[in-house]
Design a binder for this molecule. Structure first.
Ligand SMILES: NC(=O)c1ccc[n+]([C@@H]2O[C@H](COP(=O)([O-])OP(=O)(O)OC[C@H]3O[C@@H](n4cnc5c(N)ncnc54)[C@H](O)[C@@H]3O)[C@@H](O)[C@H]2O)c1
Length: 415
């Protein structure tokens, strides 16, 4: 089988397929990534070097930049990026992958798209590219399907194998073939009736989180002024055994999914139906505003201590968008750091999870030491990594603004 795009989604899938007994060729256009895989040096947190080494040592996993190596495949899964460019879906990676795979398609093969995208992409964008490049007909000569990925980086409990996988095909035979493959990979598959429904399922899941996080963020911004504690209220409401699911406030949303995926849906709805998806617009507005709200809280807190942001030493904990991961893509913590820098703060950041080469040059990284904590006018907890010594911060911090509700103490303010 073939995996096209060996990133957060593709590499765990490729390794899992090797473990399930498949002979896997992974294709990626990034030469450095391919080289690292050949050296059993994983760049994805969900796949450690030992697992990668076992896959490579089995002789059934080969990573390459060369599409000629995919000749004669049975199953090909496409897991390439689907970013936004100035608010507009950029499907150029899917198009490029489709064009590269097409000449190698043979009768009886199955192609599955896993990249997150708007309903209709598999049938109206990928299908014609595959047909034109292969001279074959989807449904007649080869199978085609869509299956969204639900991978949750850093989650120790739920991973590819034990998370139910939504699957679809353009026709019953395609669905059977897609089911046959994923039945070997995951514990449970969830077939749906069309690729469009499967594409929508992923966007529904992420929009649901995006909107609910925006709702609690909006409540967090007003609850202090009401003399109420939003964090405690969420925990209390979470004891209700039905009808409530807790979401927690923070400095904004980041990563590859929440800031991007809902906009794929609203863009498509606007384009085809001329309608605004107002929940998505509102959630974008509120979540995008959160870093500015945190800056406002820092400014006020310093002001109360007779200080200005300009010239103050700010120690920011975390640059990643998510706890216990190093992923800084679209991270609100990065927006926060840059806003503080633009106001003249003397900012340093502690981020133990991100590889040094990924940290932007305008960010000065330091270790979390007692000297750093004592020297800071304010410590801003932006990401609540378990690796941080919160007792040190509580004991030695002059003023702590905690956007994640991890710290306690007289000098700690919670978002
Ligand atoms: N990261 C997540 O947690 C997550 C979860 C669910 C779904 N998704 C979706 O999965 C898709 C992939 O995301 P990701 O996080 O794995 O991205 P990623 O950037 O980590 O990996 C994508 C890989 O594809 C490669 N690539 C790009 N164009 C290519 C081409 N034409 N041929 C071969 N390789 C190519 C890139 O070099 C990169 O290594 C996106 O649509 C994303 O929205 C991501």
């Amino acid at each position: 089988m073939i995996v096209v795009g060996l990133g957060y989604v593709g590499l765990p899938l490729a390794v899992r397929a090797v473990e399930a007994g498949y002979l896997v060729v992974g294709v990626d256009t990034d030469e450095l990534r391919v080289k690292r895989l050949g050296a059993c040096d994983s760049y994805i947190e969900g796949v450690d070097d030992t697992r990668l080494m076992a896959a490579v040592d089995s002789g059934r996993f080969h990573a390459t930049t060369d599409y000629d190596r995919i000749e004669g495949f049975d199953v090909c899964v496409i897991t390439v990026p689907t970013p936004l460019r100035e608010g507009v879906p950029d499907l150029s990676f899917v198009e490029c992958a489709g064009r590269s795979v097409a000449p190698h398609l043979t009768p009886g093969a199955t192609v599955v798209l896993e990249s997150t995208t708007y309903p209709g992409t598999t049938e109206t964008l990928l299908r014609p590219l595959l047909e034109a490049g292969s001279g074959l007909k989807a449904g007649e000569d080869f199978h085609l399907g869509y299956s969204p990925e639900r991978i949750d980086p850093g989650n120790p409990e739920w991973h590819l194998e034990n998370t139910p996988k939504v699957i679809s095909g353009i026709d019953p035979a395609s669905l059977r073939s897609v089911e046959g493959f994923y039945g070997d990979i995951v514990e449970r598959t969830v077939p749906v009736s069309s690729c469009r429904t499967a594409e929508l399922t992923k966007l529904l899941e992420n929009t649901y989180r995006h909107v609910n996080i925006a709702m609690v963020n909006e409540m967090a911004m007003v609850s202090r002024q009401l003399g109420a504690d939003i964090w405690e209220a969420i925990d209390a409401a979470g004891t209700k055994p039905f009808g409530f699911m807790p979401f927690r406030p923070g400095p904004g949303v980041g990563g590859h999914c929440l800031p991007v995926d809902p906009s794929y849906l609203s863009w498509q709805v606007k384009r085809l139906l001329r309608q605004d998806l107002r929940f998505i617009g509102l959630a974008n507005e509120i979540n995008d505003h959160m870093p500015a709200h945190v800056v406002q809280r820092v400014t006020r807190g310093l002001n109360e201590r007779g200080k200005s942001v300009k010239g103050s030493r700010v120690l920011q904990l975390g640059l990643a968008y998510k706890k216990n991961t190093g992923d800084i893509r679209e991270s609100p913590a990065l927006v926060l750091a840059r806003s503080l820098l633009s106001l003249g703060a003397r900012l340093t950041v502690v981020e133990p999870h991100t590889d040094a080469y990924l940290v932007p040059p305008d960010i000065t990284r330091v270790e979390l030491t007692e000297a750093e904590v004592r020297a800071a006018d304010v410590i801003v907890v932006a990401t609540d990594h378990d690796a941080f010594d919160y007792a040190l911060i509580e004991d030695a911090g002059a003023y702590v603004l905690d956007t994640r509700n991890r710290c306690r103490g007289e000098r700690v303010e919670i978002l």
